[in-house]
Design a protein around this ligand. Structure first.
Ligand code: KG4
Ligand code: ZN
Length: 344
């Protein structure tokens, strides 16, 4: 049972290794988090993006120590844990395999049930850490480094993908523009910060697929237009107007996301919208979604900032119902990299 009855609480030890963050968390069945440790791999900064082989090796190096550190921080022992959860897709296959193999061996060694979680569903469940009662029907805008999807959830098991990106994801657009500007990786938080003092109307970058009734996204042409724009400017100009350029970039990405979400919510009379994935941390996306949802009489929810980016607490959160339903994986569980939200 999900609730406040402390006597019935169970604890899930969760792992997330789908990309460049190794994360270990312990979450309770009332969605309270005992601990959520994230070890971000800074090695990739030198390359301007994640190097898959390096990511796998660093997960391997980190995962045991991080697990011990998480249990010790929460003052827990393995005997206090009731189940093991792990993200199995989508993601970098080598990186996912480290988490899945580790979770399988722990589940086997400790005699605990094993729960397989889709990483994108984990992002959606991150909203329930803040707001345990938040259940469908709702419209979810899922925006991360690899995904941009608008999903209409009737129940958690019955949903339609209304729109998705035809090329780059929203987070990827932030990351690629950041690389063009020589700012670093991941680009989203850096652009968000720089844009604070800039004028979003400084330059109007294109909004793709901007037609009524089209809920797909596209950011590849946008990235090319930023590249062409920068090619015509000298370094001094770019440096002087960095805040204005980043604010204009951010505005273009956020406008596409918000206008399509609000337009679908309006025509489908949706009253609850949720945003999930790393880009849900973006300050302009948050303020625009709040403003525009209000204008159509809908309420919008975001995860707490600490649960927007990849983390294991969200994987544990998605495992709670599966534990209750005894929806367990066996030791033949394997990772796979196929994109998208899916029920496993
Ligand atoms: O969900 P996430 O941590 O990893 C994936 O599953 O991909 O998302 C990472 C993405 C990166 O592209 C990063 O630049 C973006 O989320 N991001 C942001 C912000 N914080 C993270 N994008 C815009 N504004 C932010 N504040
Ligand atoms: Zn993610």
């Amino acid at each position: 049972m999900i609730g406040n009855d402390k006597t019935k609480l169970f604890k899930i030890l969760a792992f997330e290794t789908s990309c460049d963050d190794t994360s270990v968390a312990v979450i309770n069945s009332d969605f309270s988090v005992d601990v959520n440790l994230i070890s971000s791999q800074t090695t990739h900064e030198d390359f301007g993006g994640v190097v898959p082989e390096l990511a796998s090796r660093l997960h391997l190096k980190n995962i045991m120590q991080l697990t011990q550190a998480a249990l010790s921080k929460a003052e827990l022992k393995f005997e206090d844990i009731d189940a093991i959860a792990v993200s199995v897709n989508p993601g970098l296959i080598g990186a996912l395999l480290v988490g899945v193999s580790f979770a399988k061996s722990l589940a086997y060694g400790l005699g605990l049930p094993l729960i397989a979680i889709n990483h994108m569903l984990g992002h959606i469940y991150a909203n329930r850490i803040e707001n345990p009662q938040l259940l469908p029907p709702y419209l979810a805008l899922v925006v991360s480094g690899g995904h941009t999807e608008l999903v209409d959830f009737k129940t958690m098991n019955d949903f339609d993908i209304i729109g998705k990106t035809r090329d780059d994801a929203a987070g990827e657009a932030f990351d690629k523009v950041s690389k063009l500007l020589g700012l670093g990786y991941p680009g989203g938080p850096l652009i968000d910060k720089l844009a604070e003092k800039g004028d979003p109307g400084f330059h109007k970058f294109p909004r793709a697929l901007n037609k009524k009734g089209n809920y797909d996204f596209s950011f590849s042409g946008f990235k090319t237009s930023v590249r062409n724009y920068l090619a015509n400017k000298d370094d001094d100009y770019i440096h002087k107007h960095l805040a204005d350029i980043t604010a204009s970039v951010q505005k273009a990405i956020v406008d596409s996301l918000v206008s399509k979400t609000i337009s679908f919510a309006k025509q489908s009379n949706t009253k609850t919208i949720i945003v999930a994935g790393g880009v849900s941390a973006n300050s302009l996306l948050r303020s625009e979604m709040i403003k525009q949802s209000k204008s159509i009489g809908a309420k919008v929810h975001f995860p707490a900032l600490e649960y927007c980016m990849d983390n294991a607490a969200m994987i544990g959160a998605a495992a709670i119902e599966k534990y209750i339903n005894k929806d367990f994986a066996d030791l033949s569980l394997n990772a796979f990299s196929t994109k998208g939200i899916r029920i496993l």
